[in-house]
Design a protein around this ligand. Structure first.
Ligand code: GDP
Length: 286
């Protein structure tokens, strides 16, 4: 897992680095986590990308609630943006990317042809996104091979190279790494629940409380089924107790071990034991 300490200087530098790369490309792929598209978004993305054509990729769609992902696609569509659900790990949806990118820059390339350029170059693209959203996985998937992960830290640079993706697209081999909006507590919890930020950063029990409250409201049946509960207690401590007893998370004195319950719940969420989950909808974020 990537660990990046984002200080104001790092943010400014990350922004500058992305904007330098923008000069080289035709289209930016904004990679978001389909389970938390807004929370996994850089808060300054519109300013950073400016007018550059942008394709939104909702990654990890394999783990997200399909009905909610559909809502997000409509939401972005209503804002005039194309969003594609993908699973960079297995490759589902990845084949559509090059065709969509080409369509987005059609006008620019038409103009090049009109100026007499017979065989325009491949469409050039850059992946941008926050840490752990799946940038390296997608680069490797598009490249069809493993590309060394060297661009982990903002400020660590190396010679950039173009990766050929079929005949009609080229991708910069180092992604643009941007920061999440972590001054918002809700965003922090969602990124922690989905595993985008390290467990050491927030208190594990707090993260599990957040997750269980969310699941009690939005996916109560999944909770009931997974932990064999007849009903879901309203009281969060009672819910921890109920799960703890069902799972045998007890201290030697027979009390419920809340850290262990928190571990189990977060593990179950991140490994899809509770099914496909989305933690925000367009209605909850706008
Ligand atoms: P980066 O920091 O943005 O480059 O993120 P990585 O490519 O290192 O991915 C972070 C984690 O997410 C890794 O454990 C990947 O295996 C996982 N991952 C990436 N894409 C997907 C996806 O589409 N589906 C699932 N389930 N996991 C993914």
């Amino acid at each position: 897992m990537t660990v990046i300490q984002w200080f104001p200087g790092h943010m400014a530098k990350a922004k500058r680095e992305v904007q330098e790369k923008l000069k080289l490309i035709d289209v930016a792929f904004e990679l978001l986590d389909a389970r938390v598209p807004m929370s996994s978004r850089n808060p300054m993305i519109d300013e950073i990308l400016g007018q550059k054509p942008r394709l939104i990729l909702l990654n990890k769609a394999d783990m997200a609630d399909e009905a909610v992902t559909e809502q997000w696609i409509r939401y972005f569509h209503d804002q005039g943006r194309l969003a594609l659900p993908i699973d960079a790990q297995s490759g589902t949806g990845v084949r559509q990317i090059a065709a969509a990118a080409k369509e987005m820059v059609k006008d620019k390339f038409e103009k090049m042809r009109a100026k007499g350029i017979k065989n325009p170059r491949p469409v050039r693209a850059l992946i941008v996104g926050i840490p752990n959203v799946g940038k390296s996985t997608l680069i490797n998937r598009l490249a069809g091979r493993h590309i060394a992960k060297t661009g982990d830290k903002p400020g660590v640079t190396k010679a950039q190279q173009w990766i050929k993706v079929g005949k009609e697209m080229e991708l910069l081999d180092t992604p643009g790494i941007l920061w999440p909006k972590f001054e918002d507590e809700d965003v922090g919890y969602k990124l922690a629940v989905t595993g985008a930020i390290k467990d050491e950063i927030l208190n594990l029990q707090d993260v599990a409380v957040y997750a269980l409250r969310f699941l009690s409201t939005h996916y109560p049946n999944r909770l009931a089924e997974r932990y064999g509960l007849d009903d879901i207690p309203d009281d969060i401590v009672a819910l921890f107790d109920a799960i703890g007893r069902r799972r045998g998370c007890l201290t030697s004195g027979g009390a419920v071990d809340y850290d262990k319950v928190a571990d189990i719940v977060l593990y179950d969420i991140r490994t899809e034991k509770l099914g496909r989950l989305s933690f925000e909808t367009p209605a909850s974020r706008t």
